[in-house]
Design a protein around this ligand. Structure first.
Ligand code: GLN
Length: 201
């Protein structure tokens, strides 16, 4: 397969760092804002999806404003390989704990996620994590944590007792930012999922 095309949701938040990392891994990156960015006459325009960090309540509001929420939900439920980082994890969650007023989510992963879960002292930190994909150097910035996960959800990473990485079917949600430290592990896995490869290149 030729280079996969990855749609990075570009309504708000840290888009460029994902783009830089993905292009470095050989992917083509397109910004996603409106439904036609995602869906063309012949079906999905992208092979994979990234939901970046940022402010989840703002991204949620803009998703609904542009009408992009429903097609995204359908695409992810339909098996589009997806990586959500930080606010992106919040958007994937079925339940958002401590939401902003009126905040919803895409609700495609069977997890309950608490926003800003690490408190003011610990809310931003760079660290080495042991993950199911291997060791990873990542950054936490006002990060959420997963409080409950359904039976179909695989835990990929913990920070202390807190679940900070999950996978369900083709969707992966991580509470941290690998793209800010240049950690390629999760993006390589996304591209491997997109191309149907069994291992990241
Ligand atoms: N605290 C933010 C939120 O709830 C997430 C922060 C981030 O994406 N770095 O949306």
């Amino acid at each position: 397969m030729s280079a996969p095309t990855v749609g990075v949701l570009a309504l708000q938040g840290g888009v460029r760092e994902h783009q830089f990392l993905l292009e470095g891994l050989g992917a083509r990156v397109v910004p996603l804002r409106t439904p036609p960015d995602l869906l063309g006459p012949d079906g999905l325009r992208v092979d994979a999806l990234v939901l970046p960090g940022g402010e989840s309540s703002t991204i949620d509001r803009l998703l609904r404003l542009f009408g992009t929420d429903e097609p995204l939900r359908d695409a992810i439920r339909g098996g589009l390989p997806t990586l959500g980082t930080c606010a992106g994890l919040v958007l994937l969650a079925r339940t958002v704990l401590d939401p902003a007023p009126g905040q919803g989510s895409l609700g495609v992963m069977d997890v309950a996620v608490r926003r800003n879960a690490f408190g003011p002292q610990l809310d931003s930190a760079e660290m080495d994590l042991t993950t199911a994909l291997g060791p990873a150097r990542v950054a936490f910035i006002r990060a959420p944590r997963v409080e409950t996960a359904g039976p179909g959800v695989e835990v990929l990473a913990r920070r202390g007792d807190a679940i900070v990485g999950v996978r369900q079917a083709t969707a992966t949600g991580i509470a941290f930012h690998p793209e800010l430290t240049g950690e390629t592990l999760f993006h390589r896995r996304l591209l491997a999922d997109a191309t149907g490869a069994s291992q990241a290149a």
